[in-house]
Design a protein around this ligand. Structure first.
Ligand code: GCU
Length: 743
């Protein structure tokens, strides 16, 4: 039997030394694993978190090795590259911060005083992904390290961090009323150290096979197979393989079949099963990415509460514990490598090695159905032959290593829909932020309809969409870019309606279930956070929009009144929004029945307010209540105000409707040469400030078409601080003096 010891304690962490000589004698600090050195500075904004080399030192007890046993160190995650030294000798170098790797130390152990040194580095470099992306690149031994002793004849420990067993179930679904589905389960094993035969057990059946050249294959036929059926019934079998040496490995697997239809979307085990879910980054307030099993479990509990049936585990290989939780809970997973935002000429090898490790280490998870090749890789890189070739090689590698899953790519909104990039993966998905970063929400609908009618034979999904919301910010007139919970709700209500009207979207993933650390950000009243989450980064606050999704997806009966954090309200009549999966909702104010509405998911009421009121919503036994208070002044704490912002000057009701304004689209304004001339001058300044945008607009007809549909105000907001608010106001005043051209 193999012996596994977690090396979680008594590590000395050393920062700020030059090399191993200093690192061996430096005082350092005592730490336990999992550990990251960016737990604090990686989450406080300023993009100044420590990126460099740090050292971990451990006094390693020499294990007793007998009969040819071998000793390995096993690292589950060393970000982003690691050099492993034992007793001063460098034994291994690994590039990639999210995958497991092992080091055979058998011959390098000395009788006493074994000193293990690990140099971990998260510096900027030009060959290891990720280097440019919207999340903090934490450094550290942020997952577990183990000492693994295996018998002389043992399951492979030297093949890209795999565990030497590969289980491939092929399901035949029951057809036309036949009793049940069946499955052929092929178990392949790889062994090192002269194993003779292997004994494999699946579903109480045991078979033996000779091991030839370190390889063996055994087949099992499960007649009335118990399917792994997503969130309905995530049934898992266990495959156990044992060598005559006593080394044994056990792996759980699930029998399921899936297909993706360009017109009808995703099918699981023969039935339509639209994938509707969220994305998740692996980090949390105060812990960085050094997550404990309890933290992983809590994240899964929240995924279950919202009722998602799929997760996009962005933008890298996640922890084994989390893929296991997805298997156990029936959550279908999009797994991916961090080939993201910007292509690096010297990075191809790293993309291939990260993909190889991702697939070899995660092949047996029934929850995973696709391998993501890249994310928005054309955001900062032109589509050229090198980029295409890197994707073709990745795509081929996936198909070589795994004949059972699809390859996919998350495309940035600017990628032309007729780009050759889209022809490489088996399926595609777009990240679209119309209604947040630019344009209007409805441009999302238009984009997908245009794509789907142009490419009806292609499977298309919605891999990212979202709007930032700070739970402290509120408004009675929510507007794009105000970071209010109320706008985030309006945004997601639109997107859910859009999705519901397009069942051919094979998967949709909200960006993001949780706020996460993006240390380069400093907006929306938070430092270093992307606040598109439906839940805050500390997991303590579920924003109102969380309950909108729960109303669409969850079977747990509930009722939720929005706006509990919007207490002080200046409006005489205020909107009360209720999310619920119940068919009708009754509203009470100060204990007095006001109104009952029959409806679906979103229930909107309006009530006059004059003092402090207890507002309650009831649906059968389910009840929620909040307090609202009439206020004379806007509570300044509800407002996200950037320095110099002219708050609320933009109030469409005051505009002369027969004249142009910043509320009109660029296409409408273009009809008037006089209005257009004024606008061109200012927008030239706006786009010139964003060379990359200007470049992409110039030679991108799709983007030009898109921009024609954008309101001038939206477009100018993209320019950020380049266009001062007073310039926008002056522009609007000028436009308001120009009568609209009537067709
Ligand atoms: C992109 C990107 C994400 C990023 C998101 C955002 O689509 O893929 O990593 O966080 O946009 O801007 O919020």
């Amino acid at each position: 039997m193999r012996k596994v010891t977690e090396l979680d304690k008594n590590w000395i962490f050393v920062k700020g030394v030059k090399g191993i000589a200093e690192a061996r004698v430096a005082e350092g600090v005592l730490v336990s694993l999992p550990h990251t050195w960016n737990a604090a500075d990686g989450q406080d904004g300023g993009n100044d978190y420590y990126r460099g080399t740090c050292w971990y030192r451990l006094a390693l007890q020499r294990p007793e090795l007998k009969d040819g046993e071998r000793a390995y160190l096993e690292f589950d995650g060393a970000a982003m590259t690691a050099d492993v030294y034992l007793n001063g000798e460098k034994l291994a170098h690994h590039e990639g911060g999210y995958s497991r790797f092992r080091v055979d130390i058998t011959e390098k152990l000395i009788e006493t005083g074994n000193e293990l040194m690990v140099a971990v580095d998260n510096s900027d470099n030009s060959r290891v992904y990720p280097q440019k992306a919207d999340f903090t690149f934490y450094g550290g031994l942020y997952r577990m390290v183990r000492l693994v002793i295996v018998p002389k004849a043992h399951f492979s420990m030297d093949y890209y961090g795999g565990n030497g067993i590969k289980v491939t179930p092929v399901v035949t679904l029951a057809e036309n009323g036949e009793e049940t589905a069946s499955a052929v389960v092929t178990v392949e094993i790889w062994a090192e150290g002269s194993a003779e035969y292997v004994t494999v057990t699946v579903a109480d059946e045991t078979k033996q096979a000779a091991v030839t050249d370190g390889y063996a294959k055994v087949e099992f036929h499960l007649e009335a197979v118990h399917l792994w059926d997503g969130v309905e019934d995530p049934y898992l079998y266990t495959a156990r393989a044992e060598l005559e040496s006593g080394d044994a490995v056990e792996v759980r697997f699930g029998c399921r079949s899936f297909r993706i239809d360009p017109q009808e979307g995703f099918f699981l085990n023969g039935r339509s099963y639209p994938l509707r879910g969220v994305s998740r980054h692996q980090d949390r307030k105060g812990a960085g990415n050094a997550l404990t099993p309890a933290m992983h479990q809590e994240d899964m509990d929240i995924v279950k509460e919202i009722g998602a049936n799929t997760l996009r585990l962005a933008h890298y290989q996640h922890a084994q514990e989390f893929y296991d939780l997805c298997d156990e809970n029936g959550i279908i997973v999009w797994a991916e490598i961090p080939y993201i935002t910007m292509h690096m000429n010297g990075g191809k090898e790293n993309t291939l090695s990260q993909m190889r490790e991702l697939i070899i280490q995660n092949y047996n998870h029934p929850s995973i159905i696709c391998w993501g090749l890249s994310n928005e890789i054309t955001a900062a890189s032109a589509v050229n032959e090198e980029l295409l070739e890197n994707h073709r090689e990745l795509n081929d590698l996936c198909h070589e290593l795994d004949k059972t899953r699809k390859t996919v790519m998350a495309d940035v909104f600017m990628l032309e829909i007729d780009s050759p990039m889209l022809e490489i993966p088996d399926i595609n998905s777009y990240n679209l932020y119309f209604g947040w970063y630019l344009g209007e929400m409805k441009q999302t609908d238009e984009f997908f309809d245009e794509y789907h009618s142009a490419y009806p034979e292609r499977c298309i999904g919605f891999s990212e969409y979202g709007a930032d919301a700070n739970p402290a910010y509120h408004s009675a007139k929510p507007d794009r870019g105000d970071y209010t919970e109320e706008y985030q709700c309006i945004y997601h209500e639109h997107m859910l309606r859009m999705i519901e009207e397009r069942p051919w979207l094979w998967a949709t993933h909200v960006w993001n279930l949780f706020d996460f650390a993006a240390d380069g950000r400093d907006e929306g009243g938070k430092h270093g956070e992307n606040q598109k989450g439906l839940v805050t980064i500390d997991r303590k606050t579920k924003k109102d929009a969380f309950y909108l999704y729960k109303a669409y997806w969850s079977r747990e009966n509930f009722i939720h009144i929005c706006g509990r954090r919007y207490v002080d309200r200046t409006e005489e009549v205020t909107k009360i929004k209720v999310y619920s999966n119940q068919p009708s909702v009754a509203l009470y104010v100060d204990g007095i029945f006001v109104e009952e509405q029959k409806g679906s998911r979103v229930f909107e009421f309006e009530i006059p307010i004059s003092g402090s009121h207890k507002v309650a919503a009831q649906a059968g036994e389910y009840r929620d209540e909040i307090i609202v208070k009439k206020a004379d002044e806007i509570n300044k704490e509800y407002l996200f105000v950037k320095e110099g912002d002219i708050v609320n000057w933009f109030d469409k009701e005051d505009f002369h409707e027969d004249c142009y304004s910043v509320g009109d689209t660029l296409g409408e304004i273009a009809k008037s040469p006089e209005a257009n001339a004024i606008v061109q001058k200012l927008t030239a300044k706006a786009t010139a400030s964003r060379g990359d945008v200007a470049e992409s607009v110039k030679d991108n007809p799709a983007l030009q078409r898109m921009m024609q549909r954008m309101t001038l105000q939206s477009m100018l907001k993209q320019a950020g601080d380049v266009i001062k608010p007073e310039e926008i106001k002056a522009l609007n005043d000028a436009l308001q003096r120009i009568k609209k051209v009537t067709d």
